[in-house]
Design a protein around this ligand. Structure first.
Ligand code: XIL
Length: 301
């Protein structure tokens, strides 16, 4: 029978999902996960608060469970996320300056080293640019350590796990706009100065406030033209029925049309698993039955 993973694989793409470790004992959830998906992203388990709850004391058991299970099922893993302003442990969120900078480098190095050789791509830095028309960096404790914090994180990740692709990941960068152009310029700058960067992740959280842009494919293509891989990393599309199904098909068509688009990850399995469940943004309903959007994705491949 056709699955999301096999349909994507027939076009040399992966099809992934976010996974929550605590749901793996749910047999409906695990059954869909094993049947349909070829890539896995831990939804929260690799974040700073989860992996380093006290400074320099690391906690990998939930993420290790996801990684081991993925490996046993022949699924690859996207690592998410090494350096981010959000979901920091309390001790880190109250640090600043050189103490925070050193703690960040130590964190990136430790986590990337722990998973060395097991990660297809790391979201090394997540959501570092501001929304709106300025193209500026987002203010955060990490940003206040100095503008070079992003390249320092990428260099530390490369040193720790040279085989992993290193991605910059963000939201509201799905069309051509000031924020995505700021990311585009960051990639160009890194390439010009020899800072490692291999891929850009487009979260693609689609809802009425952030509809699917008409230049979605063109935006992916301009990044691909820089030579980086592009990945759709956290796709979910609010809605239902034909409208939702059509938007999902457009995302698949865009990835298919861009040869450097490696694959698509949806941000959860059933609507009830979603971080915004009331939007019913995923491919399976709360009972685990495939929705119109599921059929649409399969046919679009
Ligand atoms: C979300 C998770 O889905 C939730 O479970 C958690 O409470 C908050 O974070 N952008 C990201 C993801 O990069 O890590 C976020 O995941 C969703 C937005």
């Amino acid at each position: 029978a056709t699955t999301l993973g096999s349909a994507a694989a027939a076009k040399s793409k992966y099809f992934g999902t976010a996974v929550a470790a605590y749901k793996l004992s749910d047999t409906v959830y695990a059954g869909i996960l094993d049947r349909e998906f070829t890539m896995v992203t831990p939804e929260n388990e690799m974040k700073w608060d989860a992996t380093e709850p006290s400074q320099n004391s690391f906690s990998y058991s939930s993420a290790d469970t996801i990684v081991a299970r993925a490996k046993a099922n022949g699924q690859r893993v996207r690592g998410h996320a090494l350096a981010w302003h959000s979901q920091q442990p309390g001790w880190a969120s109250s640090l600043s300056g050189t103490a925070l900078r050193s703690a960040m480098v130590n964190h990136v190095t430790a986590v990337a080293t722990h998973y060395k050789g097991q990660i297809y791509a790391w979201d090394v830095v997540n959501e570092a640019f501001a929304d709106g028309s300025t193209g500026a960096r987002r203010d955060s404790n990490l940003q206040r350590t100095g503008n070079d914090w992003i390249e320092v994180a990428f260099k530390a990740a490369r040193a720790a796990d040279p085989a992993a692709k290193l991605c910059y990941n963000d939201y509201n960068t799905d069309g051509v706009n000031a924020k995505s152009t700021a990311v585009y310029n960051l990639v160009k700058d890194f390439q010009a100065r020899g800072v490692p960067i291999d891929c850009v992740g487009f979260q693609s959280h689609v809802n009425s406030a952030s509809p699917l842009p008409s230049d979605y494919q063109a935006n992916l293509q301009r990044f691909a033209d820089l030579g980086v891989e592009v990945q759709i990393t956290e796709l979910d599309i609010a809605g239902s029925g034909t409208a939702q199904a059509d938007s999902y098909a457009k995302v698949v068509q865009a990835c298919l049309a861009v040869s450097k688009c490696a694959g698509i990850t949806v941000w959860g399995i059933r609507d009830s698993d979603s971080w915004r469940a009331s939007d019913t943004p995923l491919l399976f309903d709360g009972n685990g039955n495939p929705k119109a959007a599921y059929t649409s994705v399969i046919s679009a491949f």
